[in-house]
Design a protein around this ligand. Sequence first.
Ligand SMILES: [Zn+2]
Length: 387
Amino acid sequence: MPGSFRVFTLAGIDIRINLSWIIILLLLTVSLAAGWFPRAFPGYSSGTYFLLGLISSILLFASVLLHELAHSLMARARGIPVKDITLFIFGGVSNIEREPRSPGADFMIAVVGPLMSFVIGGICYALWYLITHQANNPLAAILLYLGATNLLLGIFNLIPGYPLDGGRILRAIIWRFTGNINRATSIAATVGQIVAFSFILWGIFLFFSGNGFGGIWIAFIGWFMLSAAQGARYQSTYEETFSHTTVEQVMSRNIILIPANISLQKLIDDYILPQGLRSAMITQGEQFAGLITLSDIRHIPREKWATTPVGFVMKPVSQLQVVTPNQSLRDVVTLLTSHNINQLPVVENGHLLGILSRDTVLRALEVRRSLGLNRPPEPDQTQRAEA
Ligand SMILES: [Zn+2]
């Protein structure tokens, strides 16, 4: 998340704070100092109320952090690396690196968050009852507030719309029964979109019935959930398409092969300038030898262009990330996105068959989507027999 910085490390996980979190910390502090504490604990100065508000807000975010930590530690226990936990304006988010491999793990990672909130809420209520419930003191007011908000947090997160924890639980259950994580994500995210729309409508209703701040806040939460749910739905659609598509089906076969023994000057004059190329594929005999880009050429002084062979400057195939034609698109698309690689040579038995670039992938997906080919066929008899 841009605008975030690391504050400390807990159990090997970086705890980060986004600048937007400061806004919610202040808003919450002020609203507690002006509302909850003067009512629950009357007769003190506004300075005392502000301090109590600040302490409660920080403790509430400590509870949110524990909720996220529960998700993260469970993910790690299931073998999934966790990059960090970030606190931001709408709460906390665990940056878990990949999806779980089984619905069981998915369920466990999702369910421990709300459980943690319920446990914290229960402990706060128990402490309030055991220690302070007869006294009118600030500790009682703080414990009551934390007890109630943690229980609400647990309940809110169990609403079954993705990306809320309840939506992830719903996804795990559908995944368990259908065996298809992408379809499960798509359904849970659709429910998430409905929940998010309801929040937005509810927020607008509150706004016009006089609760301006609460209305805006709820509508914003709805808007945030909506964009996250839409993102998850698009991604599941793409992943579904990716897993049913091979590299060969979308790669571009329109490639110009350039012999490694021509000079840089000839490469520029005969190929790069007339065709507006940004990179070129180089061959040695029949075999794919390497790739040369404009920045490779720029590193060679211009007066040496006429005498330097292309093969001398290119990045040899041994240093390139290459793919094979029948690999699934899902397995290679992370190469295109995570390594900041724009194009992948498709190579078989040393021969260059085509190029897979971000553009070709996106174009192929668009065409498939327009034709309605992005949904997988219903499992047929042969597939069932295999399973
Ligand atoms: Zn959660």
